[in-house]
Each structure stands twice: as C-alpha cells, then as structure tokens.
Design a protein. Sequence first.
Length: 82
Amino acid sequence: GNFVHAGAFFYLLTSIGSVSLGVLKGVQALAVFALAHVMYCSRDASQCITPTKGSALLIVFSGVVCYVLATRAAAQQAASAP
C-alpha cells in the first residue's frame, strides 16, 4: 500500500511538477474534509466542519482556483505569442 502510494506520488512529481502536485494535495484535503463531514458528522462531532475548518477549506479552495486561473491565463498567453 505505502510503496504504491509513494511510487504514484513520485511519478506525479516528475510528470506534473511540485506545484501542481501540491495543488492536487489541496484538492485531496478538500475532498477528505467534505466527505468526512457528510459521512461521519452525525456520529462524531469532531468530524463536523467547524468555522475554523471551513475557513481553512475556503483558503485552500481559493488557492486552487487562483492557481488554475493563472495557469490557464499563462497557457493562453503562451499560445497567442508569436
């Protein structure tokens, strides 16, 4: 399990780069927090999204959106350059 996870992590690191991989880890964190809230909040209050967790999720989400938009704008600019 861990060997496969580490292998996949380093494969992605070499193919998409460290920043993109960091963004993917942020998306993974968003998914984990959201699913934990949906699946376990009714059984365990520690799994509920609190204002602090919600603020952190909003910051991560904002960072992901900013990165995607900046990457798209850079790609479009590069494509239109002579």
